[in-house]
Design a protein. Structure first.
Length: 328
């Protein structure tokens, strides 16, 4: 009788663990949106999923003026990933890149990547350019952007993007709680198991749940770090490359400048097309045409031989008739 009760207890515990595991593996569920008319609706959704199944006594309703105190402040905290993409003009791009790297490190950030290269001007002069990506604390993003703008000549382009990952982050936390609860139950079952088969079965399930826990923790850490440190990608252009076109000391402006710029772009297109024609199209056509040319010459030679053979046959057929006409 005691063995039967123990077996039934094991089966019940395994069912509970499997149900918790299934909840942890379910896809993210759409959370109800907060309503301004009812600020307490939907705020405790994640906590209710991990709550125990036992019935708790009803808590007294809060009095007027105490509703705001009863709502947890964490429920309204948003997790937003902010990134910036900008293009600036600087007197010395290399010097500006070093200044931006020092700025990030001074404010608790770091440099993700940086690249330096040179650009050829129409007059043959080479000027340095580069791009750099830095990460800075999200709360200091505005301060960093303001300091970057103060250190450059001009800001040509600036784009600030934000991604709200609050729902995904909340779902991952709920899933992690369910997986950890399942892990705890499996450990308790394995301690009470008697046979080797039961221990191995529980151990295999425990290994799978631990792998899922590590994956979920990694996703949570990614969201936390991405939201805590904003990425700023900066393209630094030398001031010499944005100077107006100069022709013999004369700087065309207005319509003339636009016409010259359009002419330059058109010539670039024509030259690019010519390069493609010479280096790509013509060699490709030659390679394709070679088999057809060889086949043409073979057929032509065959036709000439056949024509010569027919001519010889016709001449040999006419020769006996000429010899018979001589006696007469």
């Amino acid at each position: 009788m005691n063995k039967l009760m123990i077996s039934m207890r094991k089966a019940a515990l395994v069912c509970i663990v499997l149900s918790l595991w299934g909840c942890g593996s379910m896809p993210a569920v759409q959370r109800p949106a907060l309503s301004s008319a009812n600020p307490t609706a939907g705020f405790n959704y994640a906590q209710e999923e991990a709550a125990p199944a036992e019935v708790m006594p009803a808590a007294p309703l809060p009095q007027k003026g105490e509703i705001a105190k009863s709502v947890p402040q964490e429920s309204t905290k948003r997790l937003v990933i902010k990134n910036v993409d900008m293009s600036v003009v600087a007197e010395d791009p290399i010097k500006s890149m070093k200044a931006f790297a020092e700025l990030a490190e001074r404010l608790g950030g770091f440099v993700v990547e940086s690249n330096q290269y040179k650009r050829m001007l129409p007059d043959g002069k080479e000027v340095p350019q580069g791009n750099i990506t830095i990460r800075v604390p999200a709360e200091k993003l505005d301060e960093v952007l303001e300091e970057i703008k103060n250190q450059v000549v001009e800001v040509q382009h600036e784009n600030i993007s934000g991604q709200d990952v609050t729902q995904e982050y909340t779902d991952l936390q709920s899933r992690l709680r369910n997986l950890e609860a399942a892990e705890k139950e499996l450990k308790r079952i394995m301690e009470q198991a008697y046979s080797t088969e039961d221990v191995m079965n529980v151990y295999n399930q425990l290994v799978q749940i631990r792998e899922q826990i590590e994956v979920v923790k990694g996703q949570i850490q990614y969201y936390e770090k991405a939201a805590a440190l904003s990425a700023i990608k900066i393209e630094i252009i030398a001031k010499a490359t944005v100077q107006p076109v100069t022709i013999g000391g004369w700087q065309p402006v207005g319509v003339a400048r636009d016409a010259i710029q359009a002419l330059i772009e058109a010539l670039k297109g024509v030259i690019t097309a010519a390069i493609w024609l010479v280096l790509f199209v013509l060699p490709l056509l030659i390679v394709i045409a070679i088999p057809f040319v060889i086949l043409f010459y073979i057929l032509r030679r065959f036709w000439k031989r056949r024509k010569a053979s027919k001519a010889l046959q016709s001449e040999s057929g006419m020769q006996p008739q000429k010899e018979e006409e001589k006696p007469s």
